[in-house]
Design a protein around this ligand. Sequence first.
Ligand code: UD1
Length: 441
Amino acid sequence: MNRSYIENVNPPFFAIYIVVYMDKFVIQGGNELRGEVTISGAKNALLALMPATILAPGSYTLDNTPDLRDVTTMSQLLQIMGMDVKLSGKKLSIDSSGIFNFEAPYEQVKKMRASIYVLGPLLSRYGEARVSLPGGCAWGPRPVNFHIDGMKKLGAEITIENGYINARAKKLRGTRISFDTPSVGATGNLLMAAVLAEGTTMIENAAMEPEINQLAHFLKKMGAKIHGVGTKRLEVEGVTELKPTNIATIPDRIEAGTFLVAGAITGGKITIKNCIPDHLSAVLSKLEQAGCEIRVERSSISLTAPSILEPVDVATDVYPGFPTDMQAQWIALMCKAKGTSVITDSIFVDRFKHVPELNRLGANIEIEENVAVVRGNGKLKGAKVMSTDLRASASLILGGLIAEGETEVLRVYHIDRGYESIEKKLQKLDARIERVQTEEY
Ligand code: UD1
């Protein structure tokens, strides 16, 4: 994977310019995508599985691990805490025996909000944790009050000082926690805190996302007692000890959905392999409404795009609803449809940074509060556009794949957070896309 790096240059007149080398994608639009693509392991599952290894000292192997920037960031955080983490091919080996540091510093957390996942396991196993407070993200505020309030209910003493969450607990005690809205991160964090707590914890209105279910299965393999996995009500009977185990990460349903949309938007015919079709039900049903022909097998999905895409409204929802992580890609797809569609994000109401960039490609999208109205005209034109976050970058690549002429997608380090070798996978499907290093001042 290419990495950005910084170099100091000393030009005349004693001025100092900082030249930043970053990767961009250069895309020649217009090719129909054809062929097969293999889906990598799920980023959001791994980001919960990796910190879960804090809960019991010893050696773990997490198979089907993708080479992603977020996985590197989480590995670095665990290493700072004293753990041994190595990626060899698809196998991530973790040895959690040497933990001596219970802090997640600002420098790591600012790179990736999911770093907050170390809070629950550290507190539960070591009785203390110091975790930098994640700030807002590219598309707006993202509070962590459910995580903090839940830990307090489990008996932790928490203070917020100098931008850090300082948490202490002699022993966490089982309690009843009910979320106002289901939160993926808070469910995962509190689950990891509750497994070693004394007594029984009820988590109500829990997230039911497949990544949370996999975390629960992993914890159960480690010896945790969790009932109701896959439902809104998790019951955790605390145990005194857990043991290391191994697991293979589930396939990434958002990467899978993104490739299906790539097939649909380019008028192509593609098969995605190594996926779990059940995890994609909401996306598949919307693609069918848009006119795509879908064939589902045990671990693969084939899509044949129609000659004209129908406009289809979408409102994001918690699982099994349409994922907010597919909202940006759906907006890109609807630019190609003939007619008007309305896309509402009910999970993250400000998540529309990709819209002005898609409009630079000639799209006609208006935003009012958390609703985007897309007037599809089937045509986009190449331009330079800027990635602002992970899924926004994906939508700009999708736009570039159908834009007439050349599109440059700048700052693709965002996409490297969550898509493994996306340009190579797209090239195998006949897309004309290149990664090029560029200078920014
Ligand atoms: C996770 C995913 C992210 C996905 C999101 C929603 C990971 C690493 N990230 O993020 O890709 O887009 O789920 O599916 O798995 N909320 C609060 N207080 C809190 C926590 C959440 O008000 O303490 C709100 C959020 O603002 C949001 C909603 O709850 O409106 C759901 O967010 P949440 O499920 O927690 O998202 P993340 O876990 O951060």
